[in-house]
Design a protein around this ligand. Sequence first.
Ligand SMILES: [Zn+2]
Length: 203
Amino acid sequence: MLLCMLHWHLTPVLATSQGMSEFDFLSGIDDVPPTPILIAPQPVLREVAREVRPEDMAFIRDQLPGMFSAMYKAPGIGLAAPQVGLGMRFALVDVAEEDAPREPMLLINPEIVTDSEQMAAREEGCLSLPNQYAEVVRPESIRVRYRNLAGETIERDASGLLATCIQHEMDHLDGILFVDHLSTLKRNMIMRRLAKEQKLGRR
Ligand SMILES: [Zn+2]
């Protein structure tokens, strides 16, 4: 019997930033057609995404140019796979300032290792809830563990905007939207306003 098994690399790497060689396609990203982003209340945005397996990596690599293009064109600072209809646990993040060099991150099967007791309130928006913003309270800093495109395990400390963004994107992998952190009253108000604006926009 021929056994062909794919395995993850087992060596953990502690990184402060991600190797740009993973994202060599970004030099021509402006010419890549953006993958369409799904708008709430699309049901896939409410589903729990499944773990990425080693055999998914080639597929994910193929999805990245269109997804990065969509995130940068929006413009946005994060995009999770469920937002483009893929029920897999991976997300893109880039919180670099508009005129600064890009700082792309790809987080595959991300997990929060530790989070701070200190909380921070920050205004959030979401490409799946266009034009809607609200202040959300989350841990100010986190340590996150994830896999990169090479399948290596990476651990990284994040605080401030990056920590907020990573937690927001990780929520998407569990079918959670930022409005779920608000009161029912506020959430309903935002969802109604979004539905109204979407209806008007489609006329
Ligand atoms: Zn979002």
